[in-house]
Design a protein around this ligand. Structure first.
Ligand code: F6P
Length: 342
């Protein structure tokens, strides 16, 4: 069998480790042939493929980004898009199936294509950890480590000036990165989308920490809303899926905290460094295991499904299980962390 591999949506540390895992197991154990698909669904629509052998994937588990390139192209858009055209393109290149490595948008497109008769299976990825059907997605652990390191650094500069530091992390509409990095760094307040807070609640925690002689650290998720705000803060327009591009809430909070508490306050938006560089050891192992299991799934003809992590096992779940609702932070996890605030 000849299988195409693509990475789609925002990049994420561990994508290359998945590709390596699939190709190594697929070629050595099963004698599968692989092609790389350039730039996500764009490459499927345009038939932009190149041979992917053991040689191309050597040493890749530690390399960030994706050797395949990525895009946020919708495979149903454009004159060459749609299941019928894609089936023709695949037939023309003797392609038997596609492994799509991506987040919610990618898996939704994969689900639609699978329902339209295309052989496609999925591998979930996202630093946000917002996919329901997998306990953890690779990329998340790396993002948390990067954010924790950044916060440790913010704390030493904050301590030196007795300032309040507000650190903004990614995560879209879930607060996993903020919760984990904030807990790891000993934040005095963690603001996540699942739990709106008023500015008075935040400043009370800031003042409490400051009164004890601490330089307060506030961690805020980009999707956080102050009580009464209808939507997450966004001033950057829409992304390719017409979703608001988030980011910037810390710049709103910092001057308000300073005004109300009188404590000098600075905001730092960590941004895309959370997605860059080498994956952590945990993410390399998780991504590699997902890749190995994706090769097994191809041989079993498990199209229309994705590989996922349940506990410490890798399992297969239908695409539909991963879509719809987000994997949000449960209240008990927030309350656990809140015992350390202030
Ligand atoms: O979904 C991953 C993510 O990094 C989000 O946390 C963030 O909101 C978004 O992607 C940023 O997207 P882009 O790379 O298109 O700016």
């Amino acid at each position: 069998m000849k299988i195409g591999i693509l990475t789609s949506g925002g990049d994420c540390p561990g994508l290359n480790a998945v590709i390596r895992g699939v190709v190594l197991k697929g070629t050595t154990t099963y004698d599968l042939e692989f092609v790389g698909i350039r730039d996500g669904w764009r490459g499927v629509v345009d038939g932009d493929f190149f041979p992917l052998t053991r040689h191309e994937v050597k040493g890749l588990s530690k390399v960030g980004g994706t050797i395949l390139g990525t895009s946020r192209t919708n495979p149903y858009e454009g004159p060459r898009g749609g299941a019928e055209n894609i089936a023709k393109t695949m037939y023309g290149h003797r392609l038997d199936g596609i492994i799509a490595i991506g987040g919610e948008g990618t898996l939704a497109a994969a689900n639609r294509l699978a329902n339209d008769g295309i052989n496609v299976l999925g591998v979930p990825k996202t630093i946000d950890n917002d996919l329901r059907a997998t306990d953890y997605s690779f990329g998340f652990d790396t993002a948390v480590n990067i954010a924790t390191d950044a916060m440790d650094r913010l704390r030493t500069t904050g301590d030196s000036h007795q300032r309040c530091m507000v650190a903004e992390v990614m995560g879209r509409h879930v607060g996993w990165i903020a919760l984990h990095a904030g807990m790891a760094a000993g934040a005095h307040a963690i603001c996540i989308p699942e739990v709106p807070m008023s500015i008075d609640e935040i400043t009370a925690l800031v003042s409490k920490a400051h009164d004890r002689g601490r330089a307060p650290l506030v961690v805020v998720s980009e999707g956080f809303t102050l009580t009464g705000m209808d939507e997450a803060y966004s001033d950057k327009g829409l992304d390719a899926f017409n979703r608001p591009r988030l980011g910037g809430i810390s710049e709103i909070l910092a001057p308000e905290i300073e005004r109300i508490t009188g404590i000098e306050t600075r905001a730092t938006v960590l941004g895309h460094i959370q997605r860059g560089g080498s994956p952590s050891g945990f993410d390399r192992v998780l991504a590699t295991r997902l890749g190995l299991h994706a090769a097994d799934a191809v041989v079993d003809g498990a199209w229309g499904q994705m590989v996922a992590m349940r506990g410490t096992d890798i399992v297969r779940v239908p695409f539909a299980d991963a879509l719809g609702e987000l994997n949000t932070v449960p209240l008990y996890r927030y309350e656990e962390a809140a015992a350390l605030f202030g």
